[in-house]
Design a protein around this ligand. Structure first.
Ligand code: AHR
Length: 498
């Protein structure tokens, strides 16, 4: 099969906001305890942070990590997680029916984030709490000193404020499963007032209002419109959450699910613009896709036995097909770079994650790690508009699905052009011809990275951690303003040019 792209460096979608390569760590399963934090582990530092996990995370170059939840945040009293560890309470955690030891809280996570080279996207509890706890938390985190809460932070050993810049106003407040779920009206009012007061404490922050917890919620669209109508001028972002799975064993249909993500993004952007029009506002709301991933075990669990400490939860084993889907989602996020300014791969370690650890043991890397790593490292710069052509197919839920899913990012500073491409065809390789004449005749191949597998269901496991790996040496040639490549069947490709 054949495909083509026509790209011109003068026609752009938008600059890539690095925060689209964000991720998420929740107090859920073994993400925190046994993931990033495990005192006594052979690689743990004096603070209990696993260095093997830090190393794997640093290689992803993640600029921002959402914390502490997720559903967890809607029942979380942040005060329980600060101060001397010996005095911290063990409490029932009602989002996931576990026991929370509170060994890791805001300050520890801030310390860890520094080591990981990432910013923190903090979430406030708008489930069981509200304006008062949120204003105290931001005073604790961001106010220099001289007040009760800021001095409390200083007394906890943190002289300098954390200066967290990005804050989520609650989490999935539309979901009946959420502790303290709300109607759109209840939430919109609360988000507006909480945002207003948080900005009074620190005017430099950016705020994210909760959109729907998925496109399939019955309240979707109406929720976004009502919430934004009530808090438009106080917030900067509206959130989207999107999880997909291949539980029907229909990989052609599964790989087309990025079309759903694309439609979701355009719908939310349209709703935001409708409210902008209604309000005659000069401000445009940007989108924060602050939870996205493949989640095959969705809905399947809360710990079988209640009140365990950090039981394994949602430890999905990701296949080659899952990595291709992740590649398609990343490409979709980039194609929407004018509107999606933040996105968080949910999550980062152990819980629906690209990185796995054994408590007390080794770490291994899942298939989904690689497309994310490639995009985060090479997909910086400006997304170029592209005229893409390829044969198409129909699947169970989608029509006219192009076999080629692709995007290009140009980094003017380094002069590098990177093409990310998935060949969705499960049997046939694809010829890709790219017209790059606006770059002159000088463009040369740096490398063509490929991820393919003889088995779509192949996965990396503790026993066989290197089953599916990317390699260089894909087939690409350049000649007189043309790039010609062969994309193997069901493959993820990164074509790096300069
Ligand atoms: O990421 C796992 C969970 O998915 C989060 O806690 C919640 O926000 C979403 O439903």
């Amino acid at each position: 099969i054949r495909s083509s792209m026509l790209i011109d460096k003068n026609f752009t979608v938008a600059a890539v906001d690095p925060r689209v390569y964000g991720s998420f760590i929740e107090h859920l399963g073994r993400a925190v305890y046994g993931g990033i934090y495990e005192p006594g582990h052979p690689t743990a530092d004096a603070n209990g942070f696993r260095q093997d996990a830090l190393e794997a995370i640093r290689a992803l170059n993640v600029p921002i990590i959402r914390y502490p939840g997720g559903n967890f945040v809607s029942g979380y009293n942040w005060e329980d997680g600060v101060g001397p560890k010996s005095e911290r309470k063990r409490l029932l955690e009602l989002a996931w029916w576990t026991t929370e030891t509170n060994e890791v809280g805001t300050n520890e996570f801030a310390d860890w984030a520094k080591l990981a080279g990432t910013e923190v996207m903090m979430a406030v509890n708008l489930g069981t709490r509200g304006i008062d706890a949120a204003r105290n938390l931001i005073e604790y985190c961001n106010h220099p000193s001289g007040t009760y809460w800021s001095d409390l932070r200083v007394s906890h050993g943190y002289r300098d404020p954390h200066n967290f810049k990005t804050w989520c106003l609650g989490n999935e407040m539309d979901g009946p499963w959420q502790i303290g779920a709300k109607t759109a009206y209840e939430y919109g009012r609360l988000a507006n007032e909480t945002a207003k007061v948080m900005r009074w404490v620190d005017p430099s922050i950016e705020l994210v209002a909760c959109g729907s917890s998925s496109r399939s919620m019955s309240t979707f669209a109406e929720w976004e419109a009502t919430v934004l109508d009530l808090c438009y001028e106080q917030v900067d972002f509206l959130s989207l959450h999107a999880y997909y799975n291949n539980n029907n064993n229909n990989t052609a249909n599964f790989l087309a699910s990025s079309l759903d993500l694309d439609a979701f993004i355009s719908s939310v952007a349209s709703i935001a613009d409708y409210i902008q029009a209604k309000k005659r506002s000069k401000k445009k709301i940007m989108l924060s896709l602050d939870e996205w991933n493949v989640w095959n075990s969705i809905g399947s669990s809360r710990a079988d036995e209640r009140w365990q400490i950090a039981p394994p939860e949602f430890e999905d084993v990701y296949t080659h097909a899952d990595a291709l889907a992740v590649g398609c989602y990343i490409i979709t996020i980039l194609k929407n770079a004018d509107r999606v300014k933040m996105a968080c791969l949910a999550q980062l370690i152990n819980t629906i994650a690209p990185i796995m650890t054994d408590t007390g043991g080794d770490l291994w890397i899942q298939t989904t790690y690689y497309p994310f790593m490639h995009a985060s490292n090479f997909g910086r710069g400006t997304v170029l508009l592209s005229n893409d052509q390829s044969d198409k197919y129909d699947s169970k839920d989608f029509t006219d699905v192009p076999y080629l899913e692709s995007v290009s990012v140009y980094d003017e500073e380094s002069g590098q052009l990177t093409i990310f491409a998935v060949n969705r065809h499960l049997e046939e390789s694809m010829e890709l011809n790219v017209d790059v004449r606006s770059f002159g005749n000088e463009l040369r191949l740096i490398e063509h990275i490929v991820m393919e597998s003889d088995d779509l269901m192949a996965a990396n496991t503790k026993a066989d951690p290197n089953r599916v790996l990317p390699r260089t040496g894909g087939q690409t040639t350049t000649d007189q303003g043309k790039v010609s490549a062969v994309l193997g069947r069901a493959s993820w490709n990164v074509i790096r040019l300069q």
